[in-house]
Design a protein around this ligand. Structure first.
Ligand code: SUG
Length: 448
C-alpha cells in the first residue's frame, strides 16, 4: 500500500504578535514589542501550504487557537465579564494578557509527537500532545490541541491520542520539534530519533548554563512507551548544551531528517559518532541505508544557523528519490549559508534543490518552515480516514485566504491586545473556521 508524509501546517491565528515571551529564543527576544501583521503572517503560511500542494505533496492544515485565552486568565484570578477579565489583566498584569494572546500554536511542530502505525505495537498512528510547560504562554495550548487533533484524526480504529505528559519541568515535552523519524519507506517500520536537552533525574547528563533545555530525556522515554515503540526502533541523543546556550532552543533549529537522511550541524549533538552508528545499525536492521550530511562549523557557524534557520527547513522526498529543501528567505540573506546551499545542491548529492519562502512574520518569533508543520506519515487507508475538511485543496486555499482577508487585522501592537473587540473578532473568525474545516466544536467558547 502507498504511504505518504503529510505535512499539516499551523494556520497563523488572528492575534499573532511579538510578545518577547520565549527566553532562549533569540528572535522572540530581539523582536519583542514590534508591531506585527497577522494578516500577512497567515497569508505567508498559506502560500507555503499551497506551493507544497502544487508540487504534489500531501498537505493539510491545523487550526489556530482561541485567543485571548480568557479561561486561562480566569484561572489566574481575573473575574467579571470576558471584557472585564481582559481589561483587568491589562491594567494589573499586562505580561499575563500578552501571554494569553499569543498565537504560538501556529508552530505545530510543537503540538505533538506522532508515531506512524508501522512503528507502534497496536498498529495505530499515535499522537501525544506536547505539554510545552517550559513557557507559560505555550503550556496553555495542549487542551485545545488535543481537541483539534481529535477532530482531525477521529477514527479510533486508526488513530490513538494520548494526553500531554504531567505538567512539570521533569517531563518538559516540546513535541515533534525534538523528534525525527528515519525509514526506508513511510509505510515500513522506521527508527524514531528523540533528542533531549537534559535529564531530569540522571545527573550524569550535562545541562546548559544560560538558557533552558526544554525537552527532558524522561519525557521522550515516556512518549516512546505510550506509543508502544520497540527498543530496536528508537534512538535517544542529547543535544549539545552549548548550542542551547547559543539559542538552539529546539533540535529542529540545528538538524532535520527525513527518509534515510539526517542533515545536521557539526555541533548539534553530544557523542555524535556513537549516535550515528546506532542510527545506522538500527535503520539497517529495518532495511534502510542511513545517510548523514554534516554541515561543518568552518562553513556555517552555530550563530549563522540560528540567524538563518538553515536547519529549520523542510527536507522533502521527491518521486525520483532526490530531495528538496524548503528554507526561509533568511538563508538567502546570509552569505555563508547561501554559499553552502549552492555547493550542496550542485554537488550531485541527495539534496538537489532549494526553494525559498518568505515567512518573515513567523521567523521574527523564531518559527521557520519546519516549526510551522507537523508531519504525519500515513498509509492510504489512514489518509482516507482523516477528516477531509483539513486536507488542503485549491478551493480550500481560496476559502482560507478570503477568510483571512475578511477577519484579520494588518497591524497589531501590545495596546491592541487589551481591546475587547479583538476577542470578538477572533471568536467570530474561529467559529467560521470550524465550519470551513469541519471540525465541530473545539474551542472553549464553543463548548462552555
Ligand atoms: O516556542 N516562539 C516559539 C517558536 C517555536 C518554534 N518551533 C520550533 N522550533 N519547532 C517558541 O519559542 C515566541 C512568542 C512571542 O515571543 O511572542 C514563541 O513562542
Amino acid at each position: 500500500m502507498k504511504s505518504y508524509e503529510v505535512n499539516f501546517d499551523g494556520l497563523v491565528g488572528p492575534t499573532h504578535n511579538y510578545g518577547g515571551l520565549s527566553y532562549g529564543n533569540v528572535a522572540s527576544q530581539s523582536n519583542s514589542q514590534q508591531s506585527s501583521n497577522p494578516k500577512e503572517a497567515a497569508l505567508q503560511g498559506l502560500a507555503k501550504m499551497k506551493a507544497l500542494m502544487e508540487m504534489g505533496f500531501q498537505q493539510g492544515v491545523l487550526a489556530p487557537q482561541e485567543r485571548p485565552d480568557v479561561a486561562a486568565l480566569r484561572r489566574l484570578g481575573f473575574s467579571g465579564s470576558d471584557a472585564q477579565v481582559i481589561e483587568r489583566a491589562a491594567k494589573d498584569a499586562m505580561p499575563l494578557l500578552v501571554a494569553s494572546c499569543s498565537a504560538s500554536s501556529m508552530w505545530v511542530a510543537n503540538a505533538a509527537t506522532v508515531s506512524p502505525s508501522a512503528d507502534t505495537r497496536d498498529g495505530r498512528v499515535h499522537f501525544t500532545a506536547a505539554n510545552l510547560n517550559c513557557k507559560y504562554h505555550r503550556s496553555i495550548e495542549h487542551p485545545t490541541t488535543s481537541r483539534v487533533l481529535g477532530a482531525m484524526f477521529a477514527d479510533q480504529q486508526h488513530f490513538a491520542h494520548h494526553a500531554a505528559l504531567p505538567a512539570v519541568a521533569q517531563f518538559g515535552d516540546e513535541g515533534a520539534a525534538n523528534h525525527t523519524r528515519f525509514c526506508r519507506d513511510y509505510g515500513q517500520a522506521g527508527v524514531e530519533f528523540f533528542v533531549f536537552g537534559r535529564s531530569a533525574f540522571d545527573t550524569r547528563y550535562p545541562a546548559p548554563q544560560k538558557y533552558p533545555a526544554r525537552q527532558t530525556l524522561e519525557a521522550s522515554q515516556a512518549v516512546a512507551r505510550l506509543h508502544g515503540l520497540s527498543d530496536d526502533g528508537v534512538v535517544y541523543a542529547q543535544q549539545n548544551p552549548s548550542v542551547i546556550d547559543q539559542g538552539v532552543f529546539h533540535n529542529d533549529v540545528i538538524a532535520v531528517g527525513n527518509g534515510e537522511v539526517l542533515f545536521y550541524h557539526e555541533d548539534a549533538f553530544l557523542e555524535t559518532d556513537k549516535m550515528l552508528a546506532e542510527l545506522d545499525a538500527k535503520l539497517g536492521k529495518r532495511g534502510g541505508n542511513f545517510q548523514s550530511i554534516c554541515v561543518p562549523r568552518s562553513q556555517v557557524t552555530v550563530e549563522d544557523a540560528v540567524r538563518s534557520y538553515l536547519f529549520n527547513s523542510q527536507l522533502l522526498s521527491r518521486a525520483d528519490g532526490s530531495m528538496l529543501l524548503i528554507v526561509p528567505e533568511e538563508c538567502r540573506g546570509n552569505e555563508r549559508v547561501w554559499q553552502y546551499l549552492q555547493g550542496l545542491t550542485s554537488s550531485g548529492g541527495l539534496i538537489r534543490e532549494v526553494k525559498v519562502f518568505d515567512l518573515k512574520q513567523s521567523m521574527q518569533n523564531g518559527g521557520g518552515p519546519a516549526c510551522l508543520r507537523l508531519r504525519v506519515a500515513l498509509n492510504q487507508t489512514e489518509l482516507a480516514a482523516v477528516n477531509p475538511g483539513v486536507i488542503m485543496t485549491a478551493p480550500l486555499y481560496d476559502t482560507l485566504t478570503q477568510w483571512v482577508d475578511k477577519h484579520y487585522r494588518d497591524r497589531l501592537s501590545e495596546n491592541d491586545l487589551a481591546d475587547p473587540q479583538l476577542l470578538l473578532e477572533c471568536r467570530t473568525a474561529l467559529d467560521e473556521l470550524t465550519q470551513i474545516l469541519k471540525l465541530g466544536a473545539v474551542y472553549p467558547f464553543q463548548i462552555n
